[in-house]
Write a protein that binds this ligand. Structure first.
Ligand SMILES: [Zn+2]
Length: 134
């Protein structure tokens, strides 16, 4: 919707909403726009007041998360961060020294490969874990 400030041939100013500039032209040419005060159809646009009505506002989400960010949130909320102890923790769980639980952390590529070679299911995460202090 566009708001136009309109003026008739008697210099009466008023304003009205239109779907578009074209809509105004069509209505005006068809004599469908009347002055609020005197009813004259000799109405012209004076100053255009650009405004956008509420209904056509585009709702922009505050945060748009990428699939990777969503995965990170999921992993971080459901797994324990073990940092550099990842390889040891994973091995301990595999060897039955520690109870199994979902963990994530950091490991050198070669260490991660060794875990996989030993049949320990290690998945590379497509993100750098955020360090946690606890
Ligand atoms: Zn008028």
């Amino acid at each position: 919707m566009i708001r136009f400030n309109l003026k008739c041939d008697q210099d009466h100013a008023f304003e009205s909403w239109f779907q578009s500039g074209d809509a105004f032209e069509k209505l005006s040419n068809a004599g469908m726009i009347n002055c609020d005060t005197c009813g004259s159809t000799a109405v012209t646009k004076s100053i255009m007041a650009p405004a956008v009505s509420k209904s056509s506002e585009i709702a922009v989400p505050k945060t748009t998360k990428s699939p990777i960010e969503e995965l990170r949130d999921k992993v971080e909320s459901s797994s324990d961060y073990v940092g550099n102890s990842f390889v040891k923790e994973a091995r301990d769980m595999h060897d039955g020294i520690k109870p199994e639980r979902p963990i994530y952390g950091e490991a050198k590529l070669e260490d991660a490969k060794k875990l996989v070679d030993d049949g320990i299911p290690v998945l590379p995460l497509p993100f750098i874990p955020r360090k946690k202090t606890n």
